[in-house]
Design a protein around this ligand. Structure first.
Ligand code: PGA
Length: 249
């Protein structure tokens, strides 16, 4: 079992291509590659510029969304072969903002995962409960169902990344407690184990939701938390570099 720590920045709908390239360049020059894997997920129009800015470094590129077909009449959508060609190694799928604001459902997320794997891109599958579900004591059930639905019929894939992101913790400055994050991550790994057996031990499980340099170690010190998915604190070079430094300790 060797799960390399992953620090992933989800830039959401921030940064023009020029701004994104500048940020990626600053991160590149401030970071010395090591044990931690560092992933940058800019918006679509910035992917090529960021790919160029990080070329030849160990920083890796990811997208934030994908369509499930490889091509077709889907105005406004982007397909996995396009992401692959521009250099994406990862792609976020099923982020709660996509589920909540754009009506993405588990069946679509499952198809997105299949499309990514067809083209050699590793999915970062997001799952997480909202506040009402949490208050109703349904966290494990909700994330377990999201995981199972997304992986229906999938053969074990050790390159899967799962991000546990409680919806109420995203962008609020109120992260989950580390003990809670560990309990949910362990539950997700158990679920994976029952679906996939031993491969579950290789899958990385991230925590996401108001992660900042000051709280990152609390999460990373948990046995089933293998990295973080970060929004706000990934948008500036100094804070993203601080996250990478903390993760490397
Ligand atoms: P946040 O976002 O770090 O700004 O809370 C996390 C995410 O949505 O992935």
């Amino acid at each position: 079992m060797s799960r390399r720590v992953l620090v992933a920045g989800n830039w959401k709908m921030h940064k023009t291509a020029a701004e994104a390239a500048a940020l990626a360049g600053e991160i590149r020059s401030g970071w010395s590659a090591g044990a931690v894997e560092a992933l940058l997920c800019p918006p679509f129009p910035a992917l090529a510029a960021v790919a160029a800015a990080i070329a030849g470094s160990e920083l890796v590129l990811g997208a934030q969304n994908v369509h499930w077909e490889d091509a077709g009449a889907y105005t406004g959508e982007v397909a996995a072969p396009m992401l692959r060609e521009v250099g994406c190694r990862y792609c976020i799928a099923g982020h709660s903002e996509r589920r909540r604001l754009f009506g993405e459902d588990d069946a679509q997320v499952a198809r997105k995962l299949a499309a990514l794997w067809r083209h050699g891109i590793s999915p970062v599958l997001c799952v997480g409960e909202d506040l009402e579900q949490r208050r109703g004591g349904r966290t494990r059930q909700v994330v377990g169902e999201q995981l199972t639905a997304a992986l229906a019929g999938v053969v074990p894939r050790e390159d899967l990344v799962v991000a546990y992101e409680p919806v109420w913790a995203i962008g609020t400055g109120e992260p989950a407690g580390e003990t809670d994050a560990q309990a949910v991550a362990a539950h997700l790994r158990e679920r994976l184990q029952s679906l996939w057996g031993a491969a579950a031990g290789e899958v990385r499980i991230l925590y996401g939701g108001s992660v900042v340099p000051d709280n990152l170690r609390r999460f990373l010190s948990q046995p089933d938390v293998d990295g973080v998915l970060v929004g706000g604190a990934s948008l500036r070079a100094d804070s993203f570099l601080a996250l990478l430094r903390e993760a490397s300790l």
